[in-house]
Design a protein around this ligand. Sequence first.
Ligand SMILES: [Fe+2]
Ligand SMILES: [Fe+2]
Length: 172
Amino acid sequence: MAAARPARTLWGMSSLTWTDTLALGQPRMDDTHREFVDLVASLEASLGGPAPATDSALEQLLAHTVEHFAQEERWMAAIGFSPENCHAFQHAHVLQVLREVTRLHREEGDLALVRQLVGELSKWFPVHAQAMDAALVEVMAERGFDAETGRIAVPVAADAAPITGCGGASCS
Ligand SMILES: [Fe+2]
Ligand SMILES: [Fe+2]
């Protein structure tokens, strides 16, 4: 008989929960971020249940994160970021880890790694949102970029250097 899987989160609290400090004032991005927070919480809640539920929670989080990051990278491309920029590099790194943990849980049932992933994502996400995503929102606002229509009020000058940092003061 398989060993019992450890009980779910202490006191039923999620490691990552939505707070107003995570809202960046870009409705589409904020909705996506709320969904991300919910999916990490669902993943964490699945840890006390059967392994296939955790596999499914990992797959859902992975699929959502692929689109979450792609959406931000489409916006970056539209407003003059270089394809090689530190925000996109960080996305690529997180996706690589998420893919690897999803594979290892499916193939080897590595639960400790999933717990570690939840802990790391819960620390990483608020920092990423408040630094890199907030900087992206700032540049979108400066350019008058409308995420719904793709229109830009202040077009990128043809001779402007592409943005290779994250666009914020903390990263040039
Ligand atoms: Fe984001
Ligand atoms: Fe981001």
